[in-house]
Structure formats: C-alpha cells, structure tokens
Design a binder for this molecule. Structure first.
Ligand SMILES: Nc1nc2c(ncn2[C@@H]2O[C@H](COP(=O)(O)OP(=O)(O)O)[C@@H](O)[C@H]2O)c(=O)[nH]1
Ligand SMILES: [Mg+2]
Length: 300
C-alpha cells in the first residue's frame, strides 16, 4: 500500500502513533537495510522519545552484508539494539523478538516488583511504506498463539497478537512518512520501491541508477546484460539503448522500447538479480548536506 503524504496525513499518522505508543513498551523501527538513512522518518526520535527502540534492518537479503555489519555497528555505537532482518523469509525474526523482550526486561522487572506478575511485553512496529511491516507481522503471526482480543485502550479494530509466551504485538503497524526534502533521498526511495512508481520520473531514476551501476558495479552490469565485449558508453541514455538492444526490447522497426527496458532494469535491481546493494553508508552522515536535518530530528 502506498500513500501520498500530505500535511494532513502526516499529522493524523503522528497522532495515531503517539496514541498507540502510550500502550507499548518497545518500538520496533523497521529500516530498509539498503538505505538506512533514506528510509528513516525525519522525526522518529521525537516521536518515540525515551521509549526503548529496537532497530531492525530489513531486506538485509538485498543489502551488501559488509555494509549491513557497518550499519549495525554504527547504530549500536549510538546505543540502539540493532538486528539484521529478512522479514520475507523470517530470517532474523527470532533474534528480533529476543531483543525486544530483553529491551523491556527492566520495565517488566519493575512491574513484577510491584506485584504485577507475568505481564507480556507490548510492542509495535513502525516504518515507512513498503519497508516490510506487514511481512514481519505475518511472519510473527506464524508463531502467534492467538489474537488476545480487545483490550481497553486499543483503537477499535486493533488487536494484540500474542507472539510466543512473553510478547504481545499490535497487529496494525505505525506507517511513517519518509523524508522528502532531498533529491538524493527521493532517488533512493524511488529506486528501492518505497515511493509509488507513478509519482516520480522513472526515466531520470533509471539513468541515475545506470550511472551508479556503470561507475561502481560495472562487472555486474556486464554480466547481467551480457556486455562483456562492449565498451560501456559514457552516456547513460546510450547505455540504456544498448541494454535494450541486447535484451531484444525492440518495437516494430527496431526502435528500442525504452519503457520496457527501464522496467526490466528496475525489476532486476529491486529483486536482487543485479546483486546486493547498499546505497546509504555511515560515512555519508559526516557529509555537510546532513546538517540540514535539525539535531533534535536526527536519530543517527
Ligand atoms: N527481499 C525481501 N523482500 C521483502 C522483505 N520484507 C518485505 N519484503 C517485500 O517488500 C514488499 C513490501 O512489504 P510489506 O510487508 O507489504 O511492506 P509494508 O508496506 O511495510 O507493510 C513486499 O513485496 C514484500 O514481499 C525482506 O526482508 N526481503
Ligand atoms: Mg503493510
């Protein structure tokens, strides 16, 4: 599901999330492991406040594993419990549950000391569209013993899912809006599929992607599109045409079907057929452009 974010939507999402947060012990923040900066909500730190937060780097199967390790170290250095995750296959979800329970152990101990025994840890998932929130819930649901039924304070229609013995998860995730103020971020959101395909200029996105591929991943590009012999053209438009011709994406008269070849490249990129990619790196955070985010809105 994709949402066009208008100020009204953001205000409503924020209000709902704040309301739900009052019920929970631990936040599970889902980030896209390929773009941990660009997939972060700009006011997450303010929204979550002092509530314990576990960062899950999802789609780690599509990200460069060495980079994911770097990111995990980075977040851990900032004091966040951080785990790699592949919500589609479920890899890492057990560790995530363990970490969430651990994060709440202090609070549970306090409750126990007050005589409230056996209270489950309450958690909710937050993340931008398409980051894998529903996939994670479905994965955890596979191990859920039962829906725990309506409980006071939960928005109508919402339920707690009991995951294992000690965890209750809100069945509706908090949908956060992405950062939208930066062209570089917008490109990364578009190319990874976080923004709906019809609201950005696909032609520009593909040309930029081809530039990155040619500069930094030329052997993968050659291998995937059987370009071993050819010189890779400097001009990305020409490169696109070359791939189209190689792929046989031609219209009547032998003209390259650009629409089709763009779609192929985008699908290959998103599905991992061009290999694993991480487009955000911790080193980027030192770059001056990130000073445009006010310090109190940063969570890195
Ligand atoms: N490869 C891969 N795909 C994933 C992963 N998690 C989710 N997806 C895919 O990403 C897309 C969006 O996932 P979804 O759970 O609907 O995202 P939501 O909008 O945050 O609820 C779907 O096509 C999922 O199959 C993952 O860890 N790895
Ligand atoms: Mg969803």
């Amino acid at each position: 599901m994709h949402i066009h974010w208008f100020p009204g939507h953001m205000a409503k999402a924020q209000r709902m999330i704040r309301e739900q947060l009052s019920l929970i012990d631990v936040v599970i923040e889902l980030l896209d492991a390929r773009i941990p900066i660009s997939s972060a909500n700009p006011i997450i730190a303010e929204l979550v406040g002092t509530k314990p937060r576990v960062v899950a780097l999802n789609k780690s199967d599509l990200a460069e594993s060495a980079r994911t390790t770097e990111w995990i170290q980075h977040f851990r250095g900032l004091g966040f419990t951080t785990v790699p995750l592949d919500a589609a296959s479920g890899k890492g979800s057990k560790e995530l549950v363990n970490k969430v329970e651990l994060e709440a152990s202090e609070k549970i101990a306090k409750l126990t000391a007050k005589g409230i025994k056996g209270r489950a840890v309450r958690a909710m998932i937050l993340g931008i569209p398409n980051v894998g929130k529903s996939s994670l819930i479905n994965r955890l649901l596979g191990t859920a013993t039962a829906k725990t039924g309506d409980k006071p304070g939960v928005t109508r229609g919402q339920q707690w899912l009991k995951v294992g013995k000690n965890l209750e998860l809100l069945d509706t995730p908090g949908v956060l809006w992405p950062r939208m103020d930066d062209q570089e971020v917008a490109f990364k959101l578009a190319v990874t599929g976080a923004i709906k395909d019809d609201i950005y200029d696909m032609e520009k996105v593909i040309l930029k992607l081809l530039e990155i591929l040619r500069e930094n991943y030329s052997s993968r590009l050659r291998e995937r599109y059987k370009l071993s012999e050819e010189q890779l053209p400097e001009d990305t438009g020409e490169l696109l045409a070359l791939i189209g011709a190689k792929r046989g994406c031609l219209k009547i008269g032998g003209v390259v079907d650009y629409e089709k070849v763009r779609r192929i490249i985008l699908t290959d990129f998103r599905s991992g057929k061009l290999g694993q990619f991480t487009l955000d790196t911790p080193a980027q955070l030192d770059a001056p452009e990130f000073d445009t985010v006010p310090a109190d809105e940063r969570h890195f």
